[in-house]
Write a protein that binds this ligand. Structure first.
Ligand code: NAD
Length: 520
C-alpha cells in the first residue's frame, strides 16, 4: 500500500433512514440477519476455530426468549492457550512494517462500510439499538479503524525533538506485548473494535473477551479481520463472562489490559494489575474507561428549548445506556418549574417500541439491568417527586422495557443523583446560583462528560475552567462524541482518561524506545 494514497481522516456520515433506499436496506439486512439467528460461533485461538464443551446464548433484549447467537464459554485453560497463541504471534506481528498493520485496519473499515446495514441489524437484534443508534455505533467503528490507521503512521514517523550534535537520535514507539481487551456491551461494535484495533495497529497481539451480552458482534468483527488477512494469533477471541474475564486480566502473562466497563470491575482489575507475581518482569499497564454520572447545567439565560432537547436526547438516547448519558440536570431556580414542565411534555411524547421497528426507545439490555433500574426508580420515589414514567412497560419475559423516567426536587447527595443507574432515569436538581450549580456538577466520584446551556460568555468561560470532566460540551448535549473531534475519556473514577479517538491514545499501547547512535 502506498502511504500517499491515504487521504485525510473524515468522520463517517450518519445514514438518513428517511431515505427510502436506506430504509429498504436496513429492513433487508434485518430479514437476512434473522435467517442466521442462533448460529453457532467458535472461539478463535491461534487462528483455530474451536467448539468447546460449555455453550451459552446471547438473546434479544426485546424478546428475551429469542436466541441471537450461540457461543462457547472459555475456561481458564482456554484463556491461557489464547494468551500463549498471542505470545507466539508477537515477534512476527510486532516486526511488520507499520504500513502492513495499517492496511489491515483500512481493509476492515472498507468491508464494514460496504456491509454497514448488516452490522446495524446485528446491533439491533443483539443489544436493542434502534436504527440511528446502531448506525452511529457502526459509523464510530469505521472511524476508529480509519483514525487509528492514520495515527499509527504518524507515530511510526516520530522523531526526537532535537538531533544531538554528533549523533543520530531516534524515538521508536514499540509495542507493550500481549494485551487483554475487555469491552462492555453498550457500544459492542465501536468500542470492542476500537480497543482491538488500537492494540494491534501498534504491534501488540491480544486476547479479546467481549461482553457475554454482545458476543455475536465481536465474532462477526473477527470474521471481517480474518477476511482481510489477520495472521493467526494476532487477535484471539475467547467468550464468556466475569470468570473468563478474570482469568484473562489476572494472568501474569498479560502485559496490558485495555478495559471499558463499570467502575467496580475496572477498579478490581486495576488493583490486581498492581501485583507483581513471581517471574513477572514488567509492570502491567491498565487503560481503563469506566462509568459516569454525567450532569447538564441549565442556566436561566439559556435557550430553554435547546437545553430541553439536548437533555432529553442525552438522557434517553439508547435508553440512557451510555457512559456519557445525562443522568442529572441541574437547573437554575428562575427557570426550574418551566424546565420541569418542558421535560414532562417532551418525555411523555417519547415512543417506546421494538428496536427493529426503529422506535425511539427500546428495552434495557437484560434482566439484571431491568431489575437494577426498577430498583433505582423505587429509590427515586423516596428521594424526589416523580414527573413522568416510573414503571416497567412490560413484564421482563416480554422484553426489558422501562418507561423514560424523570424525578424532580432531587437532593444533590441522593443516591439517584450520585450512583450510575445506566438506564432511562433522569434526576432534576435545583440550583440557587451558578457557583452552586458547578459545585453540584462536580460533586460525584465520577468525571466523564458534562454539558452547560447558558447565553453568558462569562459562565461558559468559567465552566471551561471549573467543570471538572473529561468531555465538556458548551451549549450542546453531553452524548455523541465524534472520533477525532472529541477525544473521549473521563476524570476521577471515570477512568484513566485514555482519550479514545484522540491523538495520544495509541501511545498508551506502546513504550517509547530512545536510540542514540554516535556519528563520525
Ligand atoms: P461490566 O463492568 O459489567 O463489564 C465490562 C466487561 O468486563 C465485560 O466484558 C464483562 O464480561 C467483563 N467483566 C465482568 N467482570 C469481570 C471481572 N471480574 N474481571 C474481568 N472482566 C470482567 O460493564 P458493562 O455492563 O458491560 O458496561 C457498562 C459499563 O461500562 C457502565 O458502567 C458504563 O458507564 C461503562 N462504559 C464506559 C465507557 C467509557 O468510555 N468510559 C464506555 C462505555 C461503557
Amino acid at each position: 500500500m502506498d502511504i500517499t494514497s491515504i487521504n485525510a481522516f473524515t468522520n463517517e456520515p450518519f445514514t438518513d433512514f428517511t431515505d427510502a433506499g436506506n430504509k429498504r436496506g436496513m429492513e433487508a439486512a434485518l430479514t437476512q440477519a434473522r435467517e442466521h439467528l442462533g448460529q453457532v460461533y467458535p472461539i478463535i485461538i491461534g487462528g483455530q476455530h474451536l467448539h468447546l464443551k460449555t455453550q451459552f446464548h446471547s438473546t434479544n433484549p426485546a424478546k428475551p426468549a429469542e436466541v441471537v447467537g450461540t457461543h462457547f464459554e472459555a475456561s481458564a485453560e482456554d484463556v491461557q492457550s489464547a494468551i500463549a497463541a498471542a505470545r507466539a504471534a508477537l515477534p512476527s506481528w510486532s516486526r511488520q512494517p507499520a504500513i502492513a498493520r495499517v492496511k489491515l485496519l483500512l481493509d476492515a473499515a472498507k468491508i464494514i462500510r460496504e456491509r454497514h446495514f448488516e452490522f446495524c441489524a446485528w446491533l439491533t437484534l443483539e443489544v436493542g439499538k434502534n436504527w440511528a443508534e446502531a448506525d452511529a455505533d457502526v459509523g464510530e467503528c469505521i472511524d476508529f479503524l480509519e483514525f487509528y490507521a492514520r495515527e499509527a503512521l504518524k507515530l511510526d514517523g516520530t522523531t526526537t525533538p532535537i538531533q544531538y550534535p554528533g549523533e543520530k537520535n531516534l524515538l521508536r514507539y514499540v509495542p507493550l506485548g500481549v494485551g487483554a481487551v475487555i469491552p462492555p456491551w453498550n457500544f459492542p461494535f465501536a468500542i470492542m473494535a476500537g480497543m482491538t484495533a488500537a492494540s494491534i495497529v501498534t504491534g501488540n497481539t491480544v486476547v479479546l473477551k467481549p461482553s457475554p451480552d454482545a458476543p455475536t458482534l465481536a465474532a462477526r468483527f473477527l470474521e471481517v479481520l480474518e477476511e482481510v488477512g489477520l495472521p493467526a494469533g494476532v487477535v484471539n477471541l475467547v467468550q464468556g463472562g466475569p470468570e473468563t474475564g478474570r482469568a484473562l486480566s489476572e494472568s501474569p502473562e498479560i502485559n496490558f489490559i485495555c478495559f471499558t466497563g463499570s467502575k467496580k470491575v475496572g477498579l478490581q482489575i486495576h488493583e490486581h494489575a498492581a501485583k507483581v507475581f513471581p517471574g513477572q518482569r514488567f509492570i502491567k499497564r491498565t487503560i481503563l474507561e469506566l462509568g459516569g454520572k454525567d450532569a447538564t447545567i441549565v442556566e436561566a439565560d439559556a435557550d430553554l428549548d435547546a437545553a430541553l432537547d439536548g437533555t432529553v436526547a442525552a438522557a434517553f438516547g439508547f435508553n440512557g445506556q451510555k457512559c456519557s448519558a445525562c443522568s442529572r440536570v441541574i437547573v437554575a431556580d428562575a427557570v426550574y418549574d418551566a424546565f420541569c414542565d418542558g421535560l414532562k411534555e417532551r418525555v411523555e411524547k417519547i415512543v417506546s417500541g421494538t428496536p427493529e421497528s426503529n422506535a425511539y426507545m427500546g428495552p434495557v439490555i437484560n434482566q439484571a439491568a431491568y431489575d437494577r433500574v426498577l430498583g433505582y426508580i423505587e429509590t427515586g420515589k423516596n428521594e424526589g417527586t416523580l414527573v413522568v414514567g416510573g414503571k416497567a412497560l412490560k413484564p421482563a419475559n416480554e422484553g426489558y422495557y422501562i418507561a423514560p423516567t424523570v424525578f424532580r426536587d432531587v437532593a444533590p447527595d441522593a443516591r439517584i443523583a450520585q450512583e450510575e443507574i445506566f438506564g432511562p432515569v433522569l434526576a432534576v436538581i435545583r440550583s440557587k446560583s451558578f457557583d452552586e450549580a458547578l459545585e453540584i456538577a462536580n460533586n460525584t466520584e465520577y468525571g466523564l462528560t458534562g454539558a452547560i446551556y447558558t447565553g453568558s460568555r462569562e459562565k461558559l468561560d468559567r465552566a471551561r475552567e471549573e467543570f471538572h470532566v473529561g468531555n465538556l460540551y458548551l451549549n450542546r448535549k453531553c452524548t455523541g462524541a465524534m472520533v477525532g473531534a472529541h477525544p473521549f475519556g473521563g476524570f476521577n473514577l471515570s477512568g484513566t482518561d485514555s482519550k479514545a479517538g484522540g491523538p495520544d491514545y495509541l501511545t498508551l499501547f506502546t513504550q517509547a524506545k530512545s536510540i542514540a547512535e554516535k556519528r563520525g
